[in-house]
Design a protein around this ligand. Structure first.
Ligand code: DCP
Ligand code: MG
Length: 354
């Protein structure tokens, strides 16, 4: 079996870096992006200047201000971060279609069969980091390794703006010294339990028979055993490409009056606009309307239209309605996206999470 080449990329202090880029006066000051302290907000992230004071993600803003009284708190600007996240993903797809997005700022890439940069995963990782910097003036850190587990740890190793490579021959030496709390998915509870068992490094973990780990940690015990040897067979799973999105409503009472149907379409349209905000500005190819009649027969009408338009939905509705002209049980409206290498961002939960 050929050895795989996996890259894990993660932006540095993502939201905070975007805000510093857009307001250079903030550059040397401790900043956090998140909710304000008077509204019981929490820190989404902090820049490295603020991290020196101990300010961390998910910390109450009020507490962060106690640690660092000069901390500047900025509001979260999701549309801006989402647009940049989408741009960054486009950089990845230039090198491989095998991209598994973990969040807005983090992804795995499988470049085993990629021909760019003479097939060198290290050069590819650096080329991507350069592309991101040139296009967005933001830094990313990358890890290169034969599997996802090690690539993820490697991307943290030289953060910020770093690159770290673990070659196949370095795996044994690397994991032997690796602290168990560095294993992604080992949270505070598992780490404490392991420490209580005098297991502090992966070398310690390797010495424990697998059945004992299974006794103590269930299924995750088997996984811990594999990871302690640097083994991780999980493949990079390219994200499902979202082809369409829609909203629909089943009415308490069937609709007979078409004016009321139009009002319902107005309400559905508001919901659809909200839902589309999560689609990272993907281009729309078609509009469609689904109608379910009183007799449960369903019909769908669609047309090519790239600008989101409520009147287009109303025209399509009219065409669909005329097919049966019966009271209406359900109306759905939606769009098909133009095909592209875009993907839905899903936050993945690790199997070992506490
Ligand atoms: N985020 C959040 N709430 C959290 C953790 C993160 O809203 N509890 C957001 C803010 C981060 C972004 O997600 O900027 C990316 O998360 P990371 O864990 O990658 O953290 P950063 O990119 O901020 O910092 P690092 O340089 O450590 O990757
Ligand atoms: Mg990050």
């Amino acid at each position: 079996m050929t050895c795989r080449k996996i890259i894990h990329i993660d932006m540095d202090a993502f939201y905070a870096s975007v805000e510093m880029r857009d307001n250079p006066a903030l550059r040397d000051k401790p900043i956090a992006v998140g909710g304000s302290h008077d509204r019981r907000g929490v820190v989404a992230t902090a820049n490295y200047a603020a991290r020196k004071y101990g300010v961390r993600s998910a910390m109450a803003t009020a507490y962060a201000l106690r640690l660092c009284p000069d901390l500047i708190i900025l509001p979260v600007d999701m549309p801006k971060y989402r647009a940049i996240g989408e741009g960054i993903r486009k950089c990845f797809y230039r090198y491989t279609p095998l991209v598994e997005t973990l969040s807005l700022d983090e992804a795995y890439l499988d470049v085993t069969t990629c021909n760019h940069c003479n097939g060198s995963a290290t050069w590819i990782a650096n080329a991507i980091r350069n592309d991101i910097f040139e296009e967005f003036q933001l830094t990313a850190s990358a890890g290169v390794a034969p599997n996802k587990f090690l690539a993820k740890i490697a991307s943290e190793w030289h953060k910020p703006n770093g690159l770290f490579i673990i070659t196949p021959s370095e795996i044994a030496g690397f994991v032997a010294k690796l602290g168990v709390d560095k294993i992604p998915g080992v949270g505070k509870v598992t780490a404490r339990k392991l420490h209580d068992m005098q297991i502090n490094t992966c070398a310690d973990l390797q010495n424990i028979p697998q059945y004992r780990l299974i006794e103590n940690f269930g299924k995750s015990g088997a996984r811990l055993h594999e990871l302690s040897f640097g083994i991780d067979e999980r493949s990079v799973e390219p994200n499902r490409i979202q082809k369409s999105t829609s909203v629909e409503e089943t009415f308490e009472k069937d609709i007979i009056d078409l004016a009321i149907a139009h009002q319902e379409i107005d309400l559905l349209f508001i919901r659809l606009v909200k839902r589309l905000e999560k689609s990272h500005g993907k281009s729309i190819a078609k509009h469609f309307v689904k109608i379910k009649f009183h007799d449960f027969i369903q019909t769908t009408v669609e047309c090519i239209a790239s600008d989101l338009s409520c009147s287009v939905f109303k025209i399509l509705f009219q065409q669909g309605y005329e097919r049966k002209q019966l009271p209406i049980r359900l109306i759905g409206i939606g769009v098909h996206f133009a095909s592209e290498n875009s993907c839905a961002v899903e936050q993945l939960k690790l199997p070992l999470d506490d």
